[in-house]
Design a protein around this ligand. Sequence first.
Ligand code: NAG
Ligand code: NAG
Ligand code: NAG
Ligand code: NAG
Ligand code: NAG
Length: 468
Amino acid sequence: MHAHFIKILISKNKLTITNHPSPIIMDLLTTFFFYALLVTTTKGAHNNPSPCSESKPDTSGLSIIHIESQCSPFSTQKPDPWATTVLKMASKDSERVSFLDSLIKEQKTTSAPIASGQQVLNIGNYLVRATVGTPGQLMFMVLDTSLDAGWVPCSGCLGCSSTMFSPNTSSTYGPMDCDSAQCSATTVRGLMCTSSGPEACQFNQSYGGDSSFVATLSHDNLSLGKDNIPNYAFGCVNAVSGSNIPPQGLLGLGRGSLSLMAQSTSLYNGLFSYCLPSYKSYYFSGSLKLGPIGQPRNIRTTPLLHNPHRPSLYYINLTGITVGRVQVPIPQEFLSFDPNTGAGTIIDSGTVITRFVQPVYNSIRDEYRNQTQGPFSSLGAFDTCFSVTHEKVAPTITLHFQDLDLKLPLENTLIHSSSGNLACLAMASAPSNVNSVLNIIASLQQQNLRIMFDTVNSRLGIARELCN
Ligand SMILES: *[C@@H]1O[C@H](CO)[C@@H](O)[C@H](O)[C@H]1NC(C)=O
Ligand SMILES: *[C@@H]1O[C@H](CO)[C@@H](O)[C@H](O)[C@H]1NC(C)=O
Ligand SMILES: *[C@@H]1O[C@H](CO)[C@@H](O)[C@H](O)[C@H]1NC(C)=O
Ligand SMILES: *[C@@H]1O[C@H](CO)[C@@H](O)[C@H](O)[C@H]1NC(C)=O
Ligand SMILES: *[C@@H]1O[C@H](CO)[C@@H](O)[C@H](O)[C@H]1NC(C)=O
């Protein structure tokens, strides 16, 4: 029953999105199938009639769905224990970390309007519903706080596997030329323009060893909830080659010039926040709030640091870490922000578990082990797993940012093995194949917190919130 409903949902989605002109009927169908799916699978389990629907009061923002949640059309059909899901997702972090690291090391390019394959590969953790075009076509877009440009798979795309946007049925769609400001003002990898002129602004970007995609820089309406952003510039993906095909669209929430925030300043004042749902809450969603309305009034903030070489990334000033009552000894050079090398700390929605550079992680782990009872074993990316019976005495981890201390809730520090016998410290050093200089505060450490990004005043706010 369960698998059956998901299949219907996906095929209906595809069918209506690619062929059906009416977004209203499409929306109703989608809602109906989500609802049917939910009722079928959770009958009696929850009081909330339809957590998958987008029927929240205005101030609560847009739903953020975890990609493996029941509300996601991309969810794998057989639910794994959540710990297994997290482990699987965390195993893909190394690609993300390599990618973020390559971003900071690639200093000649000041901005990349279209996602490189590596970043679109396997990094979709959280989705929001958006519509593109007139009439609007529903897309599920991955939130990405470290990328600027959005992109969507477009109809006719060779090799794309998912729901596609049909430019031909949108009256407001237009491709951008090589001489458009967005195309010529930015340095783009794989730009196919031979000379500036009325030729379409196309890119061929490679990813991984064997894959690449071609996209056309385009503009069309982007609608998020009730808001409409006309002439939103994004990449319309026309062809994908190779084995790793990213199925979703992507919504770039970075800080750079082609990001959603930069393209909607009159509407949102460069401000957004999200609250990510717990990985454990299979059915529920978090929220994305765009613009100043509905943001928490009293929220502690830390400055966002600006790296002119990597304008998309949200650098923050991590000054120290406390485990229990012990301030972990960390040489400042591993925490200091250095725009030239790219070193420092970023906050990112696309990485699953927080990664520290090796010496920082080792110090945290050693102190953590010192205050916890072993024996210790490894599980996937985690090297400090111990019997859950010792969890009660496990120390609290506090991240000290400039002007803001974040005491991590237990749920954001420890993860349980699927058997339930082990608790693991849910952090790691950068994967061994990546010689990273970046510390990355990742999504597992951001669960049930409201994270507010104020790109105009360069501040990041963090407040406790139960967002499921
Ligand atoms: C797209 O934007 C144009 C111009 O603002 C507007 O007239 C049109 O209604 C929008 N379409 C949708 C679906 O919101
Ligand atoms: C869209 O329209 C153009 C020009 O009218 C046509 O060449 C193209 O094949 C159409 N694409 C699709 C996917 O229908
Ligand atoms: C991009 O260019 C490479 C090298 O020219 C080519 O092999 C590949 O097929 C192109 N990608 C697409 C999607 O056309
Ligand atoms: C662990 O605790 C022991 C004894 O209290 C102490 O000597 C040692 O330095 C500690 N190690 C770390 C890494 O803090
Ligand atoms: C980070 O914070 C520390 C402590 O407040 C301060 O001394 C340092 O200058 C800050 N670093 C940056 C790059 O602002």
